[in-house]
Design a binder for this molecule. Structure first.
Ligand code: BES
Ligand code: MN
Ligand code: MN
Length: 456
């Protein structure tokens, strides 16, 4: 531990400067405008892996953005840790809400502000630096493989092909991922579940052209009104989703599991104050932690129709659109839920409109084990580094690759995240505490140490 702390202390500034360099690449995978930048980011990651001491470093081409691979095999008899992360980021807009530009990382009040600071550049880069530390101090206790992808934020479509084709190369005993959050630095925690996702887009079409809202209004259905009604009909008065078959495969937690989940430190008033809301919302009969961690949801992610420019235009729009996604829990299947949604949404369309439903990407939910050697290694690493046993929690977000690793390679993951929910992932002014960055770099070598020891 002392040796680790010393190495981090001596290299602090460089560790931060390198992360800043990484954060300066606008690697937005969703927007083709940034293609050149995304590709440059992959090259930078590869170069940094090489410098840290990885062998076989390769920028692996896919039909989309490349996957950066690197490894250090010390001894075939030692356990192997596969580190997964993503170098792509979400779009930064709305730009005007950023206090400092999203791709010009700035430290204010001990926090690094930049798009990707926490999700996931700041977090996966801790692994690169922890690896460097273990190489330099001759303490690498496990074989290590890195797989850093560039399409996580757009659904990891090409990753599944890569995983299938490289099953041998990716063979490992555990997948280690830092792309989730902790409750707080005082209450360290490990997420032991992620929700799945089914992402849909709908279009409601009325008349064959935009109409004068005075000449036709009142006599022709307005697609925007119809779309709103259709969307509003998807939840009942208890905020339960009323799509037939939607909950069929959802299993309720046992009373014991519920108790454990709700015993995590959580202050509802703080939660409200942080978001500036007077009251929270959600499915009747479930606590906030249950709602985000264990229940499926349906959200409108975007909605548009008619005139939204300056001033006023009296128009009855010809069509209305929305992006709608559903978070899924075990044992719901993304494909099945997409089909169930499509069928239902088409069935509730009144005769005066036609609807079209299309499917975007999806992902499967997972629950990760808390009785595995890898989980115990993570737990012990946290105990050493934070002086406290981590609390297992259920995360509300999705990392589709986790289920895929289980299915394709038979490897379970440990979600070893050091972010905070308040890090504003996907929002303006995303941040990552400098403290968390260094704390992560200090804690990760302990995971490798304990994983090797406990695997014996
Ligand atoms: N790192 C997040 C997921 C996450 C965040 C999990 C916080 C737990 C806590 C990841 O980059 C992400 O944003 N995933 C997407 C899904 C993807 C298919 C676009 C998500 O959850 O919306
Ligand atoms: Mn992420
Ligand atoms: Mn994300």
């Amino acid at each position: 531990m002392q040796e680790i702390k010393k190495y981090v202390e001596e290299n602090k500034e460089r560790f931060l400067e390198e992360l800043f360099e990484l954060l300066r690449f606008p690697s937005v995978s969703a927007d083709p405008k940034y293609k050149g930048d995304v590709l440059k980011t992959a090259d930078y990651v590869a170069q940094k892996l090489k410098e840290a001491g990885a062998d076989q470093v390769e920028v692996c081409q896919t039909a989309g953005y490349p996957i950066v691979y690197g490894e250090k095999i010390v001894d075939a008899s030692l356990p192997t840790v596969l580190i997964y992360g993503h170098y792509d980021v979400q779009p930064a807009d709305p730009l005007e809400l950023w206090q400092t530009p999203p791709f010009e990382p700035t430290v204010r009040d001990g926090k690094i502000y930049a798009r990707g600071a926490c999700d996931d550049k700041g977090q996966f880069y801790m692994h690169v630096k922890a690896f460097e530390l273990m190489m330099q101090t001759n303490t690498l206790a496990c074989n290590v493989k890195f797989m850093i992808e560039g399409e996580e934020e757009v659904g990891s479509n090409n990753l599944s092909i890569f995983v299938k084709e490289n099953a041998e190369r990716l063979k490992a005993d555990v997948v280690l991922i830092s792309d989730t959050s902790m409750i707080s630095m005082e209450n360290p925690s490990i997420e032991t579940g992620l929700r799945g996702l089914a992402y849909m887009e709908v279009e409601v079409v009325g008349p064959n052209r935009d109409l004068h809202s005075g000449v036709y209004g009142g006599a022709v259905a307005n697609p925007a009104t119809i779309l709103c009604k259709m969307i509003a009909s998807l939840h009942d008065e208890n905020n339960h989703i009323i799509i037939p078959e939607f909950y069929d495969k959802v299993v309720d937690l046992s009373d014991e599991e519920k108790k454990a989940l709700n015993s995590a430190p959580f202050d509802l008033q703080e939660y409200r104050d942080d978001l500036n809301i007077k009251a929270e919302w959600g499915e009747q009969g479930y606590s906030t932690l249950e709602r985000t961690g264990t229940r499926p949801t349906l959200e409108v992610n975007g909605i548009w129709s008619g005139y939204t420019g300056e001033g006023a235009k009296t128009v009855l729009p010809s069509k209305a659109n929305a992006k709608i996604s559903m978070r899924l829990v075990p044992n719901q299947s993304s494909k099945e839920i997409a089909a169930i949604f499509t069928k239902h949404f088409e069935s509730i369309a009144p005769d005066y409109v036609t609807v079209k439903v299309t499917e975007h990407h999806g992902g499967e939910p997972v629950v990760t084990p808390t009785d595995s050697v890898a989980y115990r290694a993570a737990e012990q690493a946290i105990v050493d580094s934070f002086g406290k046993k981590p609390i297992p929690t259920r995360g509300g977000g999705s990392i589709p690759i986790v289920a895929l690793f289980e299915e394709e390679l038979g490897i379970k993951s440990v979600l070893f995240g050091f972010g905070l929910d308040s890090d504003a992932l996907h929002s303006p002014n995303e941040k990552y505490d400098v403290y968390n960055y260094y704390k992560g770099i200090e804690t990760l070598p302990l995971f490798h140490k304990y994983f090797a020891e406990l695997s014996k």
